[in-house]
Design a protein around this ligand. Structure first.
Ligand code: NAG
Ligand code: NAG
Ligand code: NAG
Ligand code: NAG
Length: 484
């Protein structure tokens, strides 16, 4: 009897144990199927810590799983690049190898989308819509970036080409949320010799600040504007222009004499590879690319102040223009905008006007009488044919930026989607505005794959950009000053 009882007892224990396991399995399974999919570098490959052995001499572009060894730059211990872009490694060490962290979108065949396979694109849109996407939490990004040695492996930390090394750029990025999306952009445009300034909106929440600060401290060429100095950006007012000026000043002070400055928001993404970006900028021969119109400007913005009181006109020979707020400007232009008395007085005068950010730089760029480097001497009217704005692809849905939008329009601007990719693949603009990672994760992932593939193919000598479109732009012919 006692043995019987003991047996029953043991059986009950075992059965309840099994049912607990089963229940746990069931509930966690259920839970996980309800969890939203986080959008991050889900397919990030682990890149080995050790660089390939110095005796490894690739005969030609060699692609192994982790490393892409193409053209190799040779540098001595002070990291000065000694070989030209086209030389394969053939001499003795010391040298460094170009490491391009591989990127491939998961669960989607991006090529078919870029090649406008309509049926396939529809299927993917359905799949994407059936999942609730949430951006990877800022706190997790912050945690990832704590270990810089590991974190830096996801970035291109050697300069891929001599041409790039000789043509440093400055980027200023305005950001306020979603560190994971910010990373998408940064990982694509990061090069160790370029200069980056990040402005985080004062309103941004704590984990976001930590994420950005942790990332930046892993790189000595990325600076974040101090929280004390950061601006609470309010649409329509001077506070939009202010962080740009703060970042510009920050970038101006750096030792690197960068050639062009580009401003971006974290919701933008490049349409060109970094090597091509340099080639395009060089072919502009010093011209700035700024959108602008004098005829279509909102005259009341500078005739009245924000209290609707009439303003005394600014009579220092500036042509008042209005433009989209994206800058692709050469060094000399930045110097003028930051330091020339006329420019500074104009900046002051704009402080009590609406949308001064849309007035300041476009006006400087369309006042050739001031002889500002890179400014435009032609008719100051953006026009898709005669005076296109190559800084951004931005689909406003109205002239001169009217394209079909496969995504959704938010305040008139198309939030780009998978269905827009085949159009984007062939655009000549430098960057596209605007993406939302949580709305269309595949769109951004495919863009990243496209840029990665093109970078890889160019470094392997299998792809080359045709610059004739850029060389023949009117602004190349009609502008003040020469290449920076
Ligand atoms: C690296 O090379 C540059 C250019 O040849 C030279 O000026 C510099 O002294 C070298 N540095 C070292 C540490 O060898
Ligand atoms: C990128 O390259 C990979 C490997 O060659 C290829 O499978 C993929 O389809 C390419 N993607 C795009 C967008 O070209
Ligand atoms: C670029 O600079 C302009 C002018 O200051 C600013 O208004 C705008 O917000 C910036 N654009 C981006 C995309 O950061
Ligand atoms: C500022 O710009 C004006 C007009 O372009 C020019 O005449 C003047 O010399 C400049 N001043 C300085 C200090 O650079």
């Amino acid at each position: 009897m006692e043995l019987q009882q003991f047996k029953a007892f043991i059986t009950i224990i075992i059965l309840s144990f099994i049912s607990i396991i089963l229940m746990l399995y069931y509930f966690t399974g259920l839970l996980s199927s309800k969890l939203p999919t986080f959008v991050y570098d889900i397919n990030l490959k682990t890149i080995p810590t050790k660089a390939p052995s110095p005796s490894y001499i690739p005969s030609k572009s060699t692609i192994d799983n982790q490393y892409l060894l193409h053209k190799v730059t040779i540098s001595n211990s002070s990291n000065r690049i000694l070989t030209s872009q086209n030389e394969w490694i053939s001499t003795k060490p010391p040298y460094s190898t170009v490491v391009l962290p591989e990127y491939k979108a998961l669960g989607v065949d991006c090529s078919r989308i870029f090649n406008n396979d309509v049926e396939y694109t529809k299927t993917i849109i359905k799949q994407q819509d059936s999942i609730k996407h949430t951006i990877f939490p800022d706190q997790k990004v912050a945690d990832y970036a704590i270990d810089c040695t590991k974190y830096r492996r996801h970035y291109t930390t050697t300069i891929p080409t001599r041409e790039e090394a000789d043509y440093p750029l400055a980027f200023q990025i305005l950001t306020f949320k979603d560190a994971a999306q910010f990373e998408y952009l940064l990982k694509t445009i990061y090069r160790p010799h370029n200069q980056y300034c990040i402005h985080v909106d004062k309103k941004s929440k704590q984990p976001f600040w930590s994420a950005i600060l942790n990332i930046a401290k892993c790189f000595d060429n990325i600076e974040v504007i101090d929280e004390k100095e950061a601006v609470d950006v309010k649409w329509g007012f001077y506070s939009v222009l202010e962080p740009e000026i703060i970042c510009m000043k920050n970038l101006w002070k750096r030792k690197t004499k960068w050639k062009y400055l580009i401003n971006l928001t974290a919701q933008e993404f490049p349409l060109q590879t970094m090597q091509d970006l340099i080639k395009i900028l060089k072919s502009l021969k010093g011209a700035n690319s700024l959108e602008g119109t004098v005829a279509r400007r909102n005259v009341e913005r500078t005739e009245k102040d924000i209290n609707m009181k009439p303003k005394i006109p600014f009579n220092k020979g500036i042509t008042i223009a209005k433009g989209a707020v994206h800058l692709v400007v050469q060094r000399g232009f930045v110097d003028y905008a930051l330091h020339n008395t006329t420019a500074l007085e104009f900046n002051d005068w704009l402080k009590d006007t609406f949308h001064p950010d849309e007035t300041y730089f476009p006006s400087l760029n369309h006042s050739p009488q001031l002889h500002i480097p890179g400014s435009y001497t032609g008719n100051p009217e953006t026009d898709p044919v005669t005076y296109p704005f190559i800084g951004r692809f931005k689909n406003w849905g109205g002239y001169p930026f009217d394209y079909p939008c496969a995504g959704k329009r938010v305040r008139g601007i198309c939030i780009l989607s998978i269905g827009d990719l085949s159009l984007l693949a062939n655009r000549k603009e430098l960057f596209a505005n605007k993406f939302h990672l949580d709305y269309q994760p595949f769109a951004l992932q495919c863009m990243r794959e496209l840029i990665y593939n093109r970078t890889r193919d160019e470094l392997a000598g299998k792809r080359e950009i045709d610059l004739s479109y850029y060389e023949n732009l009117k602004m190349v012919k009609y502008h003040i000053g020469s290449s920076p």
